[in-house]
Ligand binder design. Structure first.
Ligand code: NG6
Ligand code: CA
Length: 522
């Protein structure tokens, strides 16, 4: 296919071409700073620039108005851990069997020997940092291998991030503390932290035994350790002075991100920066700061979207204040699709009204249907991007190769095996999308190519009554035409056996081709 060949050539040569573009286009040939704002569980329809009306997101909308807003963008997977694995390593998470939703005491899933996009940026001379949600495990060895009271290694600092300020897993998992460069902050050595995912600690009240202590009750799961009046997944004891306050979560990580931008200003350090800012909004437990209460009529889920937008505004303002807006590439996206009830009685279901977090798509978080992985994706870089909308198919797995093109820093052999150099598409200069996109749900894989979507048959559940999400799994092949039927209502696999065969073979080939980056799979 000529198109593919051309693109393959571009993949090899784009760094050189791009260096040319920079010097012709502008006086300023400085490499851009890069900020990735990675939201948690924000759906395609949750932002006003993607059509939401029940919540207003003026700061995200500003970013979209000044950049390219993608309509056909995908996360690597329909849950957090595999998506984050994919975006940071440029490898499909399905290639490993340990990339499912990680426990709070999971060892680090990205091995310390692995070369990540952060390693690449560091080698390209960038100051690098990760702030916010991590959820990729910490330490090495077995579960529960971490010394929460000492130095927790390896962690993000061992795989390319010069600075880290993170939560180990999720807001609903223990340990409920922030970890800065491998150390729990505000920890009193006389009150050490203990964490377990198997055995409750004697004498500690739990959500299931002491519901009267709860200010937010679980709807399913989440009935173990109680921290800040909210019961979590996992047990925990001690570390009182280090416990986070959920209401302050966005303030705390946003402030750290703003500080990072100010401290790592290239005018101060002499080098550009790369910041991966993983917000906790709008994951459960949804406990936005009281100043956002009532920002929407949707209760905490809607108010958490408003809080997310505030965080985005703080980042954009910090860039403006520092004079860095023009030469900073900002990417805003989400790790997976939306869920309304994800385990707490937080009124999300009752107060949803007409709001459609999934936009025009079927399914949601966890699902093989589009809403599982089809996410908001916005890129702004005022010096190089003409604002607009793009319907090119893009995938987060390409971040790695795109950063390589952007910086001219080569990808070492075997790194980023599934990441394609789609820089021109990401900058809105080309309307040609990825040749194909692979998606991963909690139970199967799907592939999107030339408007068709094929979901590999699977025995996994079709529906989760707790979250009220159609998971898109079926024992028969599913084929949808995403152009005429974006809501995946009509399975046309039966009428199109050749297309099904072709796509089934393609996905098998992708599975057995361990490096798809420079492979012509046709
Ligand atoms: C699920 C949790 C859910 C959420 C999810 C991970 C239960 C019943 N549900 O197992 O609340 O934490 O894992 O979300 O425990 S993610 O966005 O980090 O992938
Ligand atoms: Ca998520």
């Amino acid at each position: 296919m000529v198109r593919l060949k051309l693109k393959t050539i571009l993949r090899y040569t784009a760094p050189i071409l791009f260096a040319g573009i920079v010097s012709c286009d502008s006086q300023n040939a400085e490499p851009p700073n890069v900020v990735i704002i990675y939201a948690d569980d924000i759906g395609y329809g949750d932002l006003s620039c993607y059509g939401a009306r029940a919540v207003s997101t003026p700061n995200v909308d500003r970013l979209a108005a000044e950049g390219v807003r993608f309509t056909d963008a995908y996360a690597c997977a329909a849950t957090c851990t595999p998506s984050r694995y994919g975006i940071l390593t440029g490898q499909y998470p399905f290639r490993r069997n340990d990339t499912g939703v990680a426990r709070g005491d999971a060892p680090m899933i990205i091995r310390k020997e692995q070369y990540t996009v952060a390693s690449l940026m560091q080698d390209a001379g960038y100051s690098t940092g990760v702030i916010g949600k991590w959820h990729l495990g910490l330490g090495e060895g077995d579960f529960n291998c971490q010394d929460w009271n000492g130095i927790i290694r390896p962690g993000p600092n061992e795989i390319g991030f010069g600075y880290s300020y993170i939560m180990a897993a999720t807001g609903d998992r223990t340990p409920c503390v922030f970890i800065e460069n491998g150390e729990v902050i505000n920890l009193d050595p006389d009150d050490p932290i203990e964490v377990s995912y198997t055995t409750p600690f004697e004498g500690e009240p739990l959500g299931r035994t002491h519901p009267e202590l709860l200010k937010m009750h679980p709807s399913h799961g989440h009935d173990m350790a109680i921290v800040n009046g909210i019961s979590r997944i996992g047990y925990m004891r001690g570390g009182k002075s280090a416990l986070w306050v959920d209401e302050n979560f966005a303030d705390s990580i946003t402030l750290k991100a703003v500080k990072f931008i100010e401290k790592k200003n290239p005018e101060v350090t002499g080098k550009p920066f790369f910041l991966f800012f993983g917000t906790h909004d709008i994951h459960v437990p949804r406990v936005p700061h009281p100043r956002f209460a009532g920002a929407t009529d949707m209760g905490p889920r809607g108010d958490a979207i408003a809080e997310f937008d505030w965080s985005v505004g703080q980042i954009l303002e910090a860039l403006d204040r520092s004079g860095l807006t023009d030469n900073t590439l900002v990417i805003l996206s989400s790790d997976n699709g939306p869920v309304v009830d994800d385990g707490y009685r937080d009124q999300a279901v009752e107060r949803l009204g007409d709001h459609k977090p999934w936009g025009p798509f079927r399914g949601g978080k966890y699902s093989a249907f589009e809403a599982g992985t089809r996410i908001p994706f916005i890129i702004r870089w005022p010096e190089h991007i003409n604002p607009g909308t793009s319907n090119a198919g893009v995938s987060q797995v390409d971040l790695f190769a795109v950063m390589s093109q952007l910086t001219g820093q080569p990808i070492p052999e075997n790194a980023a095996p599934d990441s394609f150099g789609e820089l021109d598409t990401w900058l809105g200069k080309s309307s040609e999308g990825r040749d194909y996109i692979v998606q991963q749900s909690t139970g199967t894989l799907s592939i999107v190519e030339e408007g068709w979507k094929y979901i590999v048959p699977s025995k996994a559940s079709r529906y989760n009554p707790n979250t009220n999400i159609e998971l898109g799994h079926d024992t028969i092949p599913q084929l949808y035409n995403l152009i005429s039927n974006p809501s995946e209502a009509i399975n046309i696999a039966g009428e199109n056996p050749q297309i099904v065969d072709k796509m089934a073979q393609k996905i098998e080939k992708i599975k057995t081709t361990l490096i798809t980056r420079e492979s012509d799979l046709n």
